[in-house]
Design a protein around this ligand. Structure first.
Ligand SMILES: Cc1cc2nc3c(=O)[nH]c(=O)nc-3n(C[C@H](O)[C@H](O)[C@H](O)COP(=O)(O)OP(=O)(O)OC[C@H]3O[C@@H](n4cnc5c(N)ncnc54)[C@H](O)[C@@H]3O)c2cc1C
Length: 384
C-alpha cells in the first residue's frame, strides 16, 4: 500500500515495449505495478514486428511520430549500449527501381531532410553497388542511422530496469473493469485461473496496444470522440491492420543482401511498402503486408501458406533479390498494427491523451518500438 492507502501510485496496463518503458521511467520516483494478461512480456506487437530502429524519415514534421522516433533512434542505441542489448547500425536503403519511382524518392528525401534525419543522403550507382552489390536499384535514399535491434532482449532489459527501481510486474492477470473514484482508480483483475482481485492507484496508464480502446471503454470513455463530464475525448477507436511476412529460407539467397531495403512507402495502404529486413542473425524477411482486418475478428499469430500471397511476396522479393525462387521463401511471422487511421486515409499520429490521472496511448503502430523511450518520458511529463 502507498501512503494514501492505495496499492500503487501508478498502474500500467500492458507489458509490451511501451508499457515497460513507461514503467521503467515512472518507477524511478513512484510505486508502479504493471498488469499483463500474458505469461511474459512482449507477447503481442512488441515481438511481432520488423525490429528496425527507425530514423524518422517518413512522418509529418512536428508530429509525435517524427519527434519521438528521431529522439528514440539515438535513445535506443544508447540504451542498448549501456544495457548490453544486441543492436546493429546497419543503415537502410529506400530504393527506386524504375525511372518513374525516382519522383517518389524526391518526396521521401525532402521529408527526411525536413525531419532532420541524421546522415540522410541520396546515392546512385556506385555507392549502391558498394553497399548492396546485387541490388538492381537506379537510385536510393541512404539512411545510415537506421538499424536492427533484438526486440525481445530490449523489452526484457526495460522490465529488468523497472524491477530494479522497485516496479512490480504481474503476469497472467487481465484488467476486466475500471472504476474512477473521487481521487483514485479501482481496477478489477482476473488471473489465468479465473480468480478475481482488485487494485487501486492514482494514475492509470493504458498501454494495452491493440486493445487500448477496449481498456478505454472499461474506463467508460466514448470511443468515437465527444464531450464527457466536460472533458473533450478524442477518437479512441482503433482498427487492426495485418502485417504478414515471408522468410527467405535459402541461405545463399539470403546472403546476397545485408541490410534493410525498402521500396517507396505506401502510406494510404497503412505501411511502408513490402520491404526486406535482415535480422541480427542474418535471417532475411520480406514484408510486412498491409491488410485491413475485419473488426472484432480473432488475431491469429499463425501464418498458413497461401499461394496468392506467396506469389505477391515472390514478386516483391525479386526486386531486392533478383532471381529469387518460390522454393526459397516460406511463410514467416504475422503482426497486427493498432490503427487510428481508417482505410484509405493518410498517416495518423500516435495518440497520447490524458485526463485526470488516466493516460491513453493509442495507435502505437510503427515506429512505436523505436519511440518507446521518449514516449515514456512524455507520459512522465503528462502525469507531472
Ligand atoms: C508488422 C509490424 C512491424 C513493425 N515494425 C516496427 C519496426 O520495425 N520498428 C518500430 O519501431 N516499430 C515497429 N512496429 C511497431 C511496434 O512493434 C509497436 O509500436 C510496439 O511494439 C507497440 O508496443 P505496445 O507496448 O504499445 O503494444 P504491445 O506490444 O501490443 O503490448 C500491449 C500489451 O497489453 C496487454 N493487454 C492488452 N489488454 C490488456 C488487459 N485488459 N489486461 C492486461 N493486459 C492487457 C497485451 O497482452 C499486450 O502484451 C511494427 C508493428 C507491426 C505490427
Amino acid at each position: 500500500m502507498t501512503g494514501a492507502g492505495r496499492d500503487a501510485e501508478v498502474v500500467v496496463i500492458g507489458a509490451g515495449v511501451v508499457g515497460l518503458a513507461v514503467a521503467e521511467r515512472l518507477s524511478r520516483d513512484r510505486s508502479v505495478i504493471v498488469i499483463e494478461r500474458h505469461e511474459g512480456p512482449a507477447r503481442e506487437t512488441s515481438s511481432h514486428n520488423s525490429g528496425v530502429v527507425h530514423a524518422s524519415i517518413y512522418y509529418p514534421t512536428g508530429s509525435l511520430k517524427h519527434r519521438l522516433c528521431l529522439e528514440g533512434n539515438a535513445a535506443v542505441y544508447e540504451w542498448c549500449d549501456s544495457h548490453h542489448v544486441p543492436v546493429r547500425r546497419t543503415g537502410k536503403l529506400i530504393a527506386a527501381f524504375t525511372e518513374e519511382e525516382r519522383g517518389g524518392l524526391d518526396e521521401v528525401y525532402r521529408q527526411a531532410v525536413q525531419n532532420g534525419v541524421r546522415g540522410i543522403e541520396r546515392i546512385g550507382g556506385e555507392r549502391i553497388v558498394a553497399l548492396e552489390p546485387h541490388l538492381p536499384a537506379l537510385e536510393a535514399v541512404w539512411s545510415p542511422s537506421t538499424g536492427v535491434v533484438d526486440t525481445f532482449a530490449f523489452v526484457r532489459s526495460l522490465e529488468s530496469a523497472a524491477r530494479d527501481h522497485g516496479a512490480l510486474v504481474v503476469y497472467r492477470h487481465e484488467v476486466t473493469a475500471i472504476e474512477r473514484t473521487a481521487s483514485d482508480f479501482r481496477i478489477d483483475l482476473r488471473d489465468a485461473d479465473g480468480a478475481a482481485s482488485t487494485l487501486t492507484c492514482q494514475v492509470l496508464v493504458n498501454a494495452a496496444g491493440l486493445r487500448a480502446h477496449e481498456v478505454a471503454a472499461l474506463a467508460a470513455y466514448p470511443l468515437d470522440g465527444g464531450v464527457q463530464d466536460g472533458v473533450i475525448v478524442p477518437v479512441l477507436r482503433q482498427s487492426v491492420n495485418v502485417g504478414r511476412y515471408y522468410d527467405v529460407i535459402d541461405p545463399e539467397a539470403a546472403r546476397t543482401v545485408s541490410r534493410p531495403i525498402y521500396p517507396l512507402p505506401e502510406h494510404a495502404a497503412g505501411g511502408l511498402g513490402l520491404h526486406l529486413t535482415v535480422d541480427l542473425d542474418g535471417g532475411v524477411h520480406l514484408g510486412p503486408s498491409t491488410e485491413w482486418h475485419e473488426d472484432g475478428a480473432a488475431l491469429d499469430y499463425r501464418h498458413e501458406a497461401d499461394a496468392a500471397w506467396a506469389a505477391r511476396f515472390l514478386e516483391a522479393g525479386r526486386r531486392f533479390i533478383p532471381g529469387l525462387r518460390a522454393d526459397q521463401i516460406a511463410p514467416g511471422q504475422v503482426g497486427y498494427r493498432p490503427k487510428l487511421q481508417q482505410p484509405g486515409q493518410g498517416q495518423v499520429d500516435f495518440l497520447l491523451w490524458h485526463d485526470r490521472g488516466y493516460v491513453h496511448l493509442g495507435g502505437i503502430e510503427s515506429p512505436g518500438f523505436t519511440s518507446a523511450l521518449p514516449l515514456a518520458r512524455e507520459v512522465a511529463q503528462a502525469v507531472g
